[in-house]
Write a protein that binds this ligand. Structure first.
Ligand code: ADP
Ligand code: ASP
Ligand code: MG
Length: 416
C-alpha cells in the first residue's frame, strides 16, 4: 500500500491511513506500507537547499529532502500502534534500498527484504519511507520528484506482493486530469503501455518510472483513493483503476476493446520550444546541435526539421524541459560556430497536449480528428510528434485547458 502526500498531510489524515492499513490486514493480508512526505513538505525542504546555496551539492540535498518521508513513516507507525496493532518503520538505509549514486535522481538496484519479511511474518506492519535509498558508498539518495510511487512498486516487486495499491487524492486514473476537466471519466482499466505514455506526457498521477518498473516486473498496480468512508468497498474488490496488460484487457473487455479509440488526454506545461534558424542542410548538421545537449544530460523531446529552402538552409525546432531552457540556450551560444545557425528563438509559453490509446494501432484518422477539433476552435498547432499509441501537439500555453476540453469532447470521452 502506498499513500501520497495529501493522504499523509497531518494527524487526522495519517490516522485515517492507519485505519485503512489495519482494515487491509484484518482482511487477511500481510502489509507493507510506503509513504510520501506530507504534501508541500518536499517543496519546503527543496527551498531551504536553494536558499543555502543555489548551486547546492546534490548529496546534501538528498540528506535534506529525504527527511520528509522519515517523519511520516515514523508517524504512521505511531498511529498504527496507537490503534492497537504492531508496526515499525524501515528507513531506506536500514533495509537497505540499494540505489546508484546519481543523487536527486537515483535508480533503485535491489532491495533487501529479509528482515522485512521476517517482521511481517510476525504480524508487524512494515512502514517504509518512499523516495529514499542508499548508494554503494553509504550515502542517502532520493529518486526524483514523485519517486515514492517507484519505491512502492519496487518494494512490491521485491516482496513478490499480490498487488501494489497506490492510494492518492482521486479515486483512480481518469480520461484526463479530473481537477481540470469536470467531465473526465474514471477508467476501470488502463494498459501498462497507455499508463506509461500518459505519465510521460504529463499525467502525474503516477511517476513514469513506477509504471515502467511495474511493467517490467509484472507488478499488479491499482490506483485508488484514501479519502474514503469506513463502509466503502474494500480495496480487494478493486474499486480504483487497475493497470493491466493488453492480453488481460482483451479478456476483460472482449474484442470491442479497441472500439474505444482514445484512452486519455494529458497536458504538460513544462516544456519550452527552441528554434535555430538557417542551419546548413548537410549530413551531420543536427548532430552538432544535439550532441552537446545530450552530453549535458538535457532531454530533448519533440524535434522537427523543416524542408530545406533554395539556399540549402533549414530551420530546426525542438523542445526541452523548461527548467533546462537557460542551460540549453547557453550551450547553443557556446557551440554557435560549430553548429552554424543564424538565430535562436526560445519560447517557454507553450503546452504539449497528447492523446493516448492502444486503439490507435488499428484505426486511421485519430490525428486528423485532433487537428480538426483544434482548428475549429482556432487553436494553432506549432509542432507535432507521434508514437504508435500517442499523438502530441505543441500549442500556446494559454489555450491548454480549452484544447484538453475540446479534444475530450471530440473523442467522445465526456461523462454523462
Ligand atoms: P500523491 O501525492 O498521492 O502522489 P499526486 O498529486 O502525485 O498525488 O497525483 C494525484 C493527482 O494527479 C490528482 O490529484 C490529479 O489532479 C492528477 N492527475 C493528472 N492526470 C490525472 C488522470 N488522468 N487521472 C487522475 N488524476 C490525474
Ligand atoms: N515527497 C516526494 C516528492 O514530493 C516524493 C513523493 O511524494 O512521491 O516528490
Ligand atoms: Mg505522486
Amino acid at each position: 500500500m502506498k499513500f501520497g502526500g495529501t493522504s499523509m498531510a497531518g494527524t487526522e489524515r495519517i490516522r485515517r491511513v492507519a485505519q485503512i492499513v489495519r482494515r487491509q490486514q484484518a482482511a487477511g493480508h500481510e502489509v507493507a506500507v510506503v509513504v510520501s512526505a506530507m504534501s508541500g513538505e518536499t517543496d519546503r525542504l527543496v527551498n531551504f537547499c536553494r536558499e543555502a546555496n543555489p548551486l547546492y551539492d546534490p548529496a546534501e540535498y538528498d540528506v535534506v529532502v529525504a527527511a520528509g518521508e522519515q517523519v511520516t513513516s515514523g508517524l504512521l507507525a505511531l498511529h498504527i500502534q496507537a490503534l492497537g496493532s504492531k508496526a515499525r518503520s524501515w528507513l531506506g538505509w536500514q533495509l537497505p534500498v540499494h540505489t546508484d549514486d546519481a543523487h536527486a535522481r537515483a535508480r533503485i538496484g535491489t532491495i533487501n527484504c529479509e528482515a522485512l519479511l521476517a517482521s511481517m511474518g510476525t504480524g508487524e506492519i512494515a512502514v517504509i519511507p518512499g523516495f529514499q535509498g542508499l548508494s554503494a558508498d553509504g550515502r542517502v539518495t532520493t529518486l526524483g520528484r514523485g519517486g515514492s510511487d517507484t519505491s512502492a512498486v519496487a518494494v512490491a516487486a521485491a516482496l513478490g506482493a499480490d498487488r501494489c495499491d497506490i492510494y492518492t487524492d482521486v479515486d483512480g486514473v481518469y480520461t484526463t486530469d479530473p481537477r481540470i476537466v469536470a467531465k473526465a471519466r474514471k477508467l476501470r482499466h488502463v494498459t501498462y503501455e497507455e499508463m506509461l505514455e500518459l505519465a510521460s506526457v504529463g499525467s502525474k498521477v503516477l511517476q513514469t518510472r513506477s509504471v515502467s518498473l511495474a511493467m517490467k516486473e509484472g507488478v499488479r498496480v491499482q490506483v485508488l483513493s484514501s479519502f474514503i468512508e469506513a463502509d466503502s468497498p474494500p480495496a480487494d474488490s478493486l474499486p480504483g483503476t487497475m493497470i493491466v496488460s493488453e492480453e488481460e484487457l482483451l479478456e476483460i473487455e472482449g474484442p470491442d476493446m479497441e472500439s474505444q479509440l482514445i484512452t486519455g488526454i494529458a497536458a504538460d506545461r513544462n516544456e519550452a520550444k527552441v528554434t535555430l534558424t538557417r542551419i546548413a542542410d548537410r549530413p551531420g548538421a543536427v548532430a552538432t546541435i544535439f550532441g552537446p545537449l545530450a552530453a549535458a544530460n538535457i532531454n530533448v523531446d519533440m524535434i522537427i526539421q523543416n524542408v530545406a529552402k533554395d539556399l540549402g538552409e533549414t530551420d530546426v525546432t525542438f523542445t526541452v524541459p523548461i527548467a533546462d531552457l537557460a542551460r540549453t540556450q547557453a550551450l547553443l551560444e557556446e557551440h554557435k560556430a560549430t553548429i552554424g545557425y543564424n538565430r535562436i528563438i526560445a519560447n517557454g509559453k507553450v503546452a504539449k497536449i497528447s492523446v493516448v490509446g492502444v486503439g490507435m494501432r488499428s484505426h486511421a484518422g485519430i490525428a486528423a480528428t485532433m487537428f480538426k477539433a483544434l482548428a475549429d476552435r482556432g487553436i494553432n498547432i506549432q509542432t507535432i510528434s507521434t508514437s504508435e499509441i500517442k499523438v502530441s501537439v505543441l500549442i500556446d500555453e494559454d489555450e491548454t485547458e480549452l484544447a484538453v476540453r475540446v479534444l475530450h469532447t471530440a473523442y467522445g470521452l465526456d461523462s454523462e
